[in-house]
Ligand binder design. Structure first.
Ligand code: ADP
Ligand code: CIR
Length: 338
């Protein structure tokens, strides 16, 4: 495999020999875990977990990948949980930021993750989540909308507004995540459309707070409100060391990605400067349509890269500081250096 994926770097032939015969209690194997990486040499990681036990049975390959990705030491440990936050608006005149989105991934304890789940368990996840959202706190009340039988025009509308999710990309497809799509997939949507839950996408739940503003704290606090409620109704897959357990090892820990969509006309032409500021603050730059998409009309998706060994609150503070530095650079960027 000619690839820059972390799996290529860390999975030596000797380690493969040791891990290949092993299986988790639900029958997940290393071969299944690395299918996506094998079929997509342009993967950045190239491995998925099929269940909670994958993190322990295959720790000798997953741990090095985890500490390379999350920039944590070998003795890494999940940080403290989410709490509320209070910070100034990072772009008070709304010059650069179009929207802010914060999501966390969660999986239900004792149910296989989406690349290894059965159709029956997928239905169980949908049932448990649609039941748990029946009594959301006042501001978050809404409706569960299954994708099955949804008219294509309604789906198109939800996708355009970034409220629903499409069938996964080729990385998820080859991992087995798209099986039976759109069966047992759906979204819970709050009445104001600022809080939603994606059901049975890359993880059992993607809990999302989204609004067209730069109010990172407001978006975060709404997420915390919804998450606290759900945490009382559902039992999530969690481990003291790894934090919340997820399909993709890039998401474990807080499983949180806090992003802004930001228009950077000058820095688009000076991406080495943009990348150096992003690296300094451990931020990741994605395209306008999300992971592995291109940047459209100068609109970047900038988010925290690390999710493990750091608290949700600290992630928000770092994002705020990094975005402030990026906005400062955009304002002062010398056009002659472009
Ligand atoms: P995830 O965030 O779940 O890891 P993606 O990178 O694929 O995965 O993003 C999911 C969707 O959310 C994409 O359609 C992306 O464009 C959208 N999105 C991400 N951040 C923002 C944001 N700040 N504002 C609006 N939409 C966003
Ligand atoms: C890869 O290895 O490139 C893909 N499996 C995606 C990795 C990033 N993780 C993610 O979007 N959850």
């Amino acid at each position: 495999m000619d690839s820059g994926a972390l799996i290529k770097k860390y999975l030596t032939p000797a380690l493969y020999e040791i891990l290949a015969p092993l299986k988790t209690k639900t029958g997940f194997t290393l071969d299944a875990a690395i299918q996506s990486g094998l079929k997509n040499p342009d993967s950045s990681i190239g491995i998925y977990a099929g269940d909670c036990q994958s993190y322990f049975i295959f720790s000798s390959i997953l741990d090095p990948i985890i500490h390379a990705y999350h920039a944590v030491g070998e003795d890494f440990k999940h940080g403290p949980d989410l709490t509320g936050n209070k910070l100034d608006l990072v772009d008070p005149d709304n010059e650069f930021i179009l929207s802010t989105r914060i999501r966390v991934a969660r999986n239900l304890k004792d149910i296989c993750f989406p690349c290894h789940i059965s159709a029956r368990d997928r239905r169980r996840v949908e049932f448990l989540v649609s039941d748990a959202v029946k009594n959301m706190p006042q501001n978050l009340k809404g409706q569960y909308i299954p994708f099955q039988d949804m008219p294509p025009s309604q789906m198109e509308n939800l996708l355009t507004k970034k409220l629903a999710f499409p069938k996964g990309d080729r990385f998820q497809d080859t991992a087995g995540i798209n099986r039976d799509f759109p069966n047992s997939r759906g979204i819970f949507l709050s009445r104001d459309k600022k809080f939603m839950i994606w059901v049975n996408e890359e993880d059992h739940l993607r809990i999302i707070s989204l609004e067209s503003s730069c109010d990172i704290c407001g978006v975060f606090n709404r997420l915390c409100l919804g998450l606290n409620h759900l945490g009382k109704k559902l039992e999530f897959a969690f481990d003291k060391k790894y934090g919340f357990l997820t399909s993709c090892p890039t998401n474990i820990g807080t499983a949180m990605r806090a992003s802004v969509h930001i228009r950077l006309k000058k820095l688009e032409k000076n991406q080495s400067l943009l990348r150096s500021i992003a690296n300094q603050y451990h931020l990741q730059i994605r395209g306008t349509g999300g992971e592995k998409t291109s940047v459209d009309k100068g609109i970047f998706d900038i988010s925290n890269k690390r999710r493990l060994g750091i608290s949700g609150t600290r992630i928000i503070q770092n994002l705020h500081a990094g975005i402030a530095a990026i906005i400062q650079a955009e304002k002062t960027c010398n056009s002659t250096s472009l």
